[in-house]
Design a protein around this ligand. Structure first.
Ligand code: URA
Length: 414
């Protein structure tokens, strides 16, 4: 089929054959299909949705657009992926937890997107930490430590790099079949056997309704299982931030606390729930998970000895205007506050300030007194401080009556 025929067929709304989808993805990777042509295809896919069969074909074609890693027989590989949230630092903790439990974790992660944080950006707050391991390096770190966290190599799922950037530019991110193809192609290219998905729901997530998140979780699990991967998904709360730290350096600090058996209760609860292993709490409390984290950091070129990058941010305290109960801590507003301070990037080429962000002094459901610190804003010499304060204040609510806090884990899909 030539490109015109492919596009006319897609435009007409006809269900696409596996071959037509494979040709589209191959054309995207080779450049035979131009960016505007690919953007039009994505917009039609976004508009009409894709059938289950088309979604499976898209995932397969994207997975095989590059190398698929193979590992020695007898090695069971596990990985986790979150659909993205605010304060979500679980990957930094879960990879070493699993490694401390003798599992192998080849984790390929992404950068922040919009108001959501990215695992690679957080880890790069550690001086020297490399997120660009090549294939021989990632094999070495996995063998020596049991886990690595790195970025997509050029050879893994290259079609996703092109399509993901186009979706970002054309507002076609929030499409279940396109998200499924994007997430699973990267994970299947890693060669994992077991996959744990954290599908976020609420204001800070890409899927804001429970119904949409459930549909996404079910499709992800169904398609992954079709490839022989043992896959489960947890649908978890992202109406409020996870933990107390939002930003890059502060989230590394909070992850280290959790890895040492400390840190906020909700973060520990989610790590243990997603770990799905009876030994998870033990390796957090014994320090074994932290030892794995230190080993991974060292193996990836980082050092925790001299502190994190961009230290000494300035502090501004937001105090409770009245006594009462915290009935709203809106995840999206807190994410936007950290973003405008410089924790996220507006364009792909922007740099980050690793020292800015928020420490939340309170959580949903807490009782507070007038004057108590609700949030410490870490800013760089006042840059975007007023905007950040406005975001934090607009996302917090204090009422006379307590609110019932919804569970952190809404549902498990297996
Ligand atoms: N994460 C991804 O890797 N891809 C998406 O499309 C959404 C979240």
């Amino acid at each position: 089929m030539n490109v015109d025929d492919l596009l006319y067929s897609m435009r007409s709304g006809a269900e696409q054959s596996d071959d037509a989808i494979a040709e589209f993805v191959a054309g995207v990777s080779s450049g035979a299909i131009s960016r505007p042509q690919a953007a039009a295809w994505l917009a039609w896919a976004f508009q009409r949705g894709l059938s289950d069969r088309e979604t499976v074909a898209l995932t397969r074609a994207m997975t095989h657009s590059g190398d698929v890693l193979e590992w020695p027989q007898g090695t069971t590989l596990i990985d986790k992926h979150s659909t993205g949230g605010v304060g979500d630092k679980v990957s930094l903790i879960l990879a070493p937890v699993w490694a401390a439990l003798d599992m192998r974790v080849p984790m390929i992660s992404g950068r922040g997107l919009g108001h959501t944080g990215g695992t690679l950006d957080k880890l790069e707050a550690i001086p020297g930490f490399r997120t660009d391991l090549d294939e021989s390096e990632l094999r070495r770190v996995l063998a020596e430590v049991g886990c690595f966290i790195t970025g997509q190599t050029r050879a893994l799922a290259p079609a996703d790099r092109v399509l993901y950037a186009l979706r970002n530019e054309t507002c076609t991110v929030e499409s279940i079949p396109l998200i499924v193809g994007s997430i699973l192609s990267k994970k299947l290219a890693e060669g994992v056997h077991r996959l744990v998905l954290d599908v976020k729901t609420g204001s800070g997530a890409f899927m804001q309704t429970l119904e949409g998140s459930r549909q996404l979780a079910e499709t992800l699990v169904r398609v992954a299982k079709g490839y022989g991967v043992h896959c489960t998904a947890a649908i978890t709360a992202m109406d409020r931030p996870l933990g107390r730290a939002i930003g890059n350096g502060v989230e590394v600090e909070e992850s280290i606390a959790c890895l040492k058996g400390e840190g906020p209760a909700d973060l520990r609860e989610l790590v243990i729930a997603l770990a799905d292993h009876p030994g998870a709490a033990r390796v957090l409390d014994s320090g074994e998970a932290y030892e794995k984290f230190e080993a991974m950091v060292a193996a990836q070129g980082g050092s925790l000895d001299g502190g994190l990058r961009d230290p000494d941010a300035d502090r501004y305290l937001i105090a409770a205007p009245r006594s009462g109960f915290v009935t709203r801590v809106d995840a999206r507003s807190m994410g936007r506050a950290a973003f405008v301070l410089g924790a996220g990037r507006r364009r792909a080429e922007d740099g980050l300030d690793y020292g800015v962000g928020l420490w939340m002094g309170t959580a949903l459901g807490d009782e507070v007194r007038a004057g108590q610190t609700l949030s410490t804003v870490l800013h760089r010499q006042g840059r975007a401080l007023d905007e950040a304060i406005a975001w934090v204040e607009s996302g917090l609510e204090i009422s006379d009556a307590p609110v019932e806090v919804t569970p952190l884990v809404h549902d498990l899909i297996a």
